[in-house]
Design a protein around this ligand. Structure first.
Ligand code: AMP
Length: 423
């Protein structure tokens, strides 16, 4: 099957051929004809599946085939959860649309940067707007953005739009759109809120479920679980970086603090690293990502929110320094490597405290990875075989007491026990 046989015209097929796309991916095969017919789409599609081209190519085709007049009302409106994802989509539009006879005007409408340039750019209209919900709504309130002519609405990473708390903004924006329009919804997962929203939003949608929740192209991802004590993880990461020829590595951590801390430690060890998290300024985030993509930075230490949806081609390795809290995020993380046919390795650090949680991740994704130990980094903490009680104070899920903890507790109990009374 070719892109041309899906109904895309020469300008677009030439562009994707130039990008090295030999044939459409499954999500593209399923989605492109439906979108070209004007139908609604409900797609379970994860990052790495080629979902961006699956919705962009037919949208560009439709805009090309029915060009607008000199006034440009917004005809395609794409809502995404993060600024990075929005910027990537705009990039993809430029790449896919490079051979179009009549260039399409695309505007980015995202928060974290001044609204003025976006308002200026929107003067005279735009064919496509790629936005995060909060800024889109601000621009509407400022009369800089009108959505009453939108023909196609895309919600990308809908689950993340909801988990980031954009539900109200989404509903306010929907109320501004014409009732007759095409709706395309892409989401890696469908928790109840997203399912309900999709049911209300979509009109007789075609359901597209090419991966059925399985791991992204696992055949190209070597998944490994390395046992290590928590305090030795940075040393182990350094060791891995020194012993593998990975050109660049994405490392996932649980918090902003850890992201900064690990990046600092690596830099001190002479490994060029930078952090990426939601509390950096937009400028710093863009720079970190650009440096990583250009391979000026070898290690990007990122939190989930910041890294979700990032399109980094040919990433040889992903390291889960901290395990993801949500088992579904495991898929999003490791899907950053082994993309579109490239081989990759995904390494998870597993400690005594996180062993139980990693088993949950394995169960969810039907995995059974051997636990490996790296010489010199053998863990000393022991994994308890009993199910740990839930920590009522909200501590790390599945945290188990180490042998040392237990000895300490026994000693403390003995010290406080009242002396035995004689008969
Ligand atoms: P996405 O799932 O949209 O984030 O896309 C994942 C990666 O696959 C991106 O780097 C795309 O450029 C690339 N890609 C998308 N479609 C194809 C294709 N048909 N063949 C090869 N690579 C593709």
């Amino acid at each position: 099957m070719t892109f041309a046989s899906l109904g895309l015209s020469d300008a677009l097929t030439r562009a994707v051929a130039g990008l090295g796309y030999d044939e459409p991916t499954p999500v593209q095969r399923a989605t492109i004809p439906v979108v070209l017919r004007g139908g609604d789409v409900w797609a379970s599609a994860k990052t790495g599946s080629g979902k961006t081209a699956a919705f962009l190519l037919p949208i560009l085709e439709a805009l090309r085939a029915r060009p607008g007049g000199s006034v440009r009302p917004v005809r395609a409106f794409i809502l995404v959860p993060t600024r990075e994802l929005a910027a990537q989509i705009v990039d993809s539009i430029q790449r896919y649309g490079q051979h179009l006879k009549k260039p399409l005007k695309t505007c980015l409408a995202v928060g974290g940067v001044s609204a003025n340039p976006q308002m200026l750019a929107l003067r005279g209209g735009a064919d496509i707007v790629v936005a995060t919900p909060g800024r889109a709504l601000d621009l509407v309130h400022q009369n800089a953005l009108r959505l009453d002519q939108v023909e196609t609405l895309v919600l990308d990473e809908a689950d993340r739009l909801f988990s980031l708390g954009f539900a109200d903004e989404l509903n306010s924006l929907l109320a501004l759109l014409p009732t007759r329009r095409q709706n395309l919804l892409f989401s890696a997962t469908f928790p109840p809120a997203v399912r309900k929203f999709a049911e209300q939003l979509l009109h007789e949608p075609t359901r597209i479920d090419v991966d059925d929740g399985e791991l992204p192209s696992t055949e190209f991802i070597l998944q490994r679980a390395l046992q290590v004590d928590v305090p030795r993880r940075t040393m182990l990461l350094r060791h891995l970086l020194e012993t593998h020829a990975w050109s660049h590595v994405l490392t996932f951590v649980a918090s902003r603090y850890t992201a900064d801390h690990v990046a600092l430690k690596l830099n001190r060890a002479g490994i060029v690293a930078t952090s990426l998290h939601g509390e950096l300024s937009q400028g710093a985030r863009t720079r970190a990502l650009a440096d990583f993509k250009a391979k000026r930075v070898r290690v990007l230490v990122a939190t989930d929110v910041a890294a979700r949806g990032l399109d980094i081609a040919q990433l040889p390795a992903v390291v889960n320094y901290d395990l993801p809290r949500s088992t579904a995020d495991y898929v999003h993380r490791i899907g950053r490597t082994g993309r579109a046919g490239d081989k990759g390795v995904a390494i998870s650090f597993v400690s005594a405290g996180t062993e139980a949680h990693f088993r949950l991740i394995e169960k969810r994704h039907q995995l059974d990875l051997p636990r490996e130990q790296v010489p010199g980094f053998e863990p000393t903490e022991e994994v308890s075989t009993t199910t740990p009680p839930r920590d009522p104070n909200g501590g790390v899920k599945g945290r188990r007491k180490s042998k040392k903890d237990k000895l300490r507790e026994a000693a403390a109990a003995a010290a406080t026990r009242p002396p035995k009374q004689g008969p």
